[in-house]
Design a protein around this ligand. Structure first.
Ligand SMILES: [Zn+2]
Length: 62
């Protein structure tokens, strides 16, 4: 079930979900804050990963 193309499509879907969440957060004005605790995100971390959603305390392992 996990051929390379299926895995690639899943990766694209996961990334698309993250982009849509980032766009929603931009519209709502919460883009620069942690989704869990609303702490401001590190601008450098956000620069390195524009789809970052959580502060270092709530970062999900990738
Ligand atoms: Zn947090």
């Amino acid at each position: 079930m996990s051929d390379p193309i299926t895995a690639s499509i899943e990766t694209v879907g996961t990334t698309l979900d993250a982009v849509e969440r980032a766009l929603t957060r931009l519209r709502e004005g919460t883009y620069r804050t942690c989704s869990t605790c609303a702490a401001p995100l590190d601008p450098e971390a956000l620069g390195a990963d524009p789809l970052l959603e959580h502060c270092s305390a709530h970062a999900e392992p990738r």
